[in-house]
Unconditional design. Structure first.
Length: 245
């Protein structure tokens, strides 16, 4: 199920939230409507934590995480770190990272098994990512963009990458990640997927500007449709193919 929402009139919800299979972080100060959208889908399943990072609300771009762990930048205050430790499940390791490229959400794209990182991150940071998030780490670019976290969105079911990613690159990334990939956009044509979309294994949240076509691509690549719906879609597709054949 893919749900559209907005954070204070902005469709870049991936900037203000972080979603994994074991927790969800949202920025403080947005409208209650934004939080209730997340709570309606997630409240019974995983904790939703309101927080700031380094006093800012752009938590989705500053943090990187999966169900095993959460990495926060060196600007995170002790108070924020303690709040996160108290609020998140004990199974989630939290680590503050001293890294020059401090917007970790922009330079790391990961699911629960594999992480793609900016080619220039420190060797030490690469090891921390591997240890804390329990993933295999690959230095990569997406469509020649070094900010892998901004230009792709990953779950354990699939991944969405920048619309200008060549088929050859998609195949290469797909074999590294071991999940199917599709090239696509969010928010009516925006190629900054990390900013417009947050996704885990059973639901996705995307900006209010996202079109029906974009939502259907998101639902099919991340396998968020029910089986019946998938069958109906493929039936329609087959019917259309027959019609125009």
């Amino acid at each position: 199920m893919a749900v559209r929402c907005q954070f204070e009139n902005s469709s870049d919800i991936g900037v203000f939230s972080k979603l994994t299979n074991s927790y969800c972080l949202t920025a403080v100060g947005g409208s209650s409507n934004f939080y209730s959208t997340f709570e309606a889908e997630l409240a019974d399943v995983i904790p939703i934590v309101h927080t700031t990072i380094g006093g800012t609300r752009i938590i989705g771009r500053l943090t990187a995480g999966n169900r095993h762990g959460l990495l926060v930048p060196s600007t995170t205050t002790d108070q924020e770190l303690q709040h996160l430790r108290n609020a998140l499940p004990d199974s989630v390791a939290i680590q503050r990272v001293e890294e020059r490229l401090s917007a970790l959400g922009n330079v790391v794209a990961c699911n629960d098994y594999v992480a793609l990182v900016h080619p220039d991150v420190d060797r030490e940071t690469e090891e921390i990512i591997a240890d804390v998030l329990k993933v295999e780490v690959f230095r990569q670019t997406v469509a020649d963009h070094v900010l892998v976290g901004s230009y792709c969105a990953l779950s354990n079911q699939g991944g969405l990458v920048h619309p200008k990613t060549s088929i050859q690159d998609q195949d290469e990334l797909s074999s590294l990640l071991q999940v199917p990939l599709a090239a696509g956009t969010v928010n009516r044509g925006s190629d900054v997927l990390g900013a417009g979309l947050v996704v885990n294994d059973w639901c996705a949240f995307t900006g209010l500007d996202t079109t029906a076509t974009e939502v259907s691509v998101i639902e099919s690549i991340f396998k968020l449709q029910g089986q019946e719906q998938t069958a109906i879609v493929s039936e329609y597709r087959d019917a259309l193919v027959d019609q125009y054949a």
